[in-house]
Design a protein around this ligand. Structure first.
Ligand code: SF4
Length: 362
C-alpha cells in the first residue's frame, strides 16, 4: 500500500476501504488512537462507515485537558487565591475540578486569564511586574516544547510554571496493563510523533508486541494507517510503523527534543480517570526550580479519586467505552452544561461526538 498524497481522491478512498475490508479479521478487533484530532477526523468525516463491523476504533487518553487531574486545577485556583494571575488555555477553564473550575473561580474574583500560548503569559508577567503570574501548562509533547522555550528565554522574575505536561507513550503502555482494554493496535498521533519520532514508542511499547502505526489527519491518512494496522494484525508482525512519512521521521524534531531535554525531566504523573502512570509527566529540571510554581507557592492539594456521579469519563479515557455508552451523554451532559471533562475539551471524545454525531450511520 503506497502512501496517499491526494487528499480528496475517491478512487484512493475506495482502494483503502477495499484493503481494510480484505485485511479485517472476522473476530472483533479494537483499535485505539490517543488523539482528539484523530477523533475529529474520524467522526467528522464519517470514517467509521468504512470499517467492517468487526473493526472498531476508539479514542483513549487523547485530550490533554480531559486527563489533567482535578488536583492540578484546584492547585492553580489556590495559587490564584494567593494573589497570582493564573494563565491557561481556554479549554482548561471550564473543566470541572474539585467542586469548582477555573472559570467558576474567576467568577468568584480569582484573576484567571485565557492565553493562546506560553508567550502570552510571559507578556502578561511583563505588564504586571508587581504580581506573580502562573502559567498553568497542560498538553502533550506537542505543546511542552513551547513551554520549554519560554522558560529558557529569560522570562521576568514574577513568571512561573505550574506544569501538568504529559507524555503519550507511557500512557499507551499503561492502557495495555489495565484489565479488559483488549487493544489490538494503536493509531499513534501524527503531531506528537512529529516531535518524538517513531523510535520514541519503542522503549514503552516494544515489550507488548502490539501493532503501532503513526497516522496523519487527513481522512485518507487515517484510512491508510488503519489499513497498515490491520495488515500488521493479519501478518502477526507487530512493530512501530510510520504511516505519515511526509511529516514524521524516525528520530523526530531535534530542535524540539533538545528544548524538552534542556528544561524537563520525566516524572510520575497522575492522569485523570486513569491514575498515576510512571514516567508519564514532565517536571522542570532542578536548574529551573526557581520557575516552578509548585515551589513558589505553599499550596498542597491531595489528588481526589472521587468520580463525578454518573460520568463515564474514566472508561472513555481508557477506551473501554464510547460517549454514547454514558447515560448522561447529550441529555444531562452537553457542551453548554458539561458534567465531565470529556465534554469540555475540544479534543474530548464526548464533545466531539456531540458536535459530529459520533457513530451515526451515514
Ligand atoms: S457524556 Fe458527560 S458525563 Fe458522560 S462520560 Fe462524557 S463527559 Fe462524562
Amino acid at each position: 500500500m503506497s502512501q496517499p498524497f491526494h487528499f480528496s481522491d475517491p478512487k484512493r478512498a475506495k482502494e483503502l476501504s477495499d484493503a481494510i475490508r480484505i485485511l479485517a479479521p472476522r473476530e472483533p478487533v479494537k483499535l485505539v488512537h490517543v488523539c482528539g484530532t484523530h477523533e475529529i477526523a474520524i467522526t467528522r468525516n464519517g470514517l467509521r462507515r468504512f470499517l467492517p463491523a468487526s473493526v472498531r476504533i476508539l479514542e483513549g487518553p487523547g485530550c490533554p485537558v480531559c486527563v489533567t487531574p482535578a488536583a492540578d486545577i484546584e492547585t492553580a485556583i489556590r495559587m490564584g487565591e494567593n494573589g497570582a494571575i493564573v494563565c491557561s488555555f481556554g479549554d482548561m477553564l471550564r473543566v470541572p475540578g474539585m467542586g469548582r473550575s477555573l472559570e467558576s473561580a474567576r467568577a468568584q474574583g480569582v484573576d484567571v486569564r485565557t492565553v493562546l500560548s506560553a508567550d502570552e503569559a510571559v507578556r502578561i508577567a511583563r505588564e504586571n511586574t508587581k504580581r506573580e503570574v502562573v502559567f498553568f501548562a497542560v498538553g502533550f509533547e506537542t505543546t511542552a516544547p513551547m513551554t520549554a522555550a519560554v522558560v529558557l528565554d529569560d522570562p521576568p522574575p514574577n513568571f512561573s510554571v505550574l506544569t501538568s505536561h504529559k507524555r503519550i507513550p507511557p500512557a499507551m503502555a499503561a492502557l495495555l496493563d489495565l484489565p479488559d482494554t483488549g487493544i489490538a493496535g494503536y493509531l499513534a498521533p501524527g503531531h506528537v510523533s512529529t516531535i518524538l519520532g517513531t523510535k520514541a514508542y519503542e522503549p514503552d511499547l516494544a515489550r507488548y508486541r502490539i501493532p503501532v502505526v503513526v497516522g496523519g489527519f487527513e481522512p485518507l491518512d487515517v484510512l491508510y494507517a488503519i489499513a497498515l494496522l490491520l495488515r500488521q494484525i493479519h501478518d502477526k508482525a507487530p512493530r512501530v510503523e510510520n504511516g505519515y512519512p511526509r511529516a514524521v521521521s524516525e528520530g523526530g524534531n531535534p530542535a524540539a527534543l533538545a528544548l524538552l531535554d534542556a528544561v524537563f525531566e520525566t516524572a510520575d504523573a497522575a492522569w485523570r480517570g486513569i491514575g498515576t502512570i510512571p514516567a508519564s509527566g514532565l517536571k522542570l529540571r532542578s536548574e529551573f526550580h526557581s520557575r516552578d510554581a509548585r515551589r513558589r507557592f505553599d499550596v498542597r492539594v491531595e489528588e481526589d479519586d472521587a468520580e463525578i456521579c454518573g460520568c463515564r469519563c474514566p472508561e472513555v479515557l481508557t477506551a473501554r467505552a464510547v460517549p454514547s455508552d454514558c447515560p448522561l451523554f447529550a441529555k444531562r451532559c452537553t457542551p453548554l452544561s458539561p458534567v465531565g471533562p470529556c465534554m469540555v475539551g475540544a479534543e474530548g471524545a464526548c464533545s466531539i461526538w456531540f458536535r459530529y454525531e459520533g457513530e451515526r450511520p451515514l
